[in-house]
Design a protein around this ligand. Sequence first.
Ligand SMILES: [Zn+2]
Length: 77
Amino acid sequence: MDDGAGAIRRDFPFPEAGDHHMREWPLVWHPARGHFERTCPHGVGHPDPDDVLYLQSVGGVSGAHPCDGCCIAPLRD
Ligand SMILES: [Zn+2]
């Protein structure tokens, strides 16, 4: 990990977004954290749930991010 240069943008690991509540939010690459984020309606970036699954599979995940709570899935009934 090179904190100075940032991570090179890679392709999104899946052909399309999964069925999660953030899928309609803009997808952005975050070079400093090396993952994809979704920007919530308040302008806060949250780790993309699909990208987190990918990162868990390769052992490189960090869920740390400034959060306003929007990445917590709403309850479904
Ligand atoms: Zn928010």
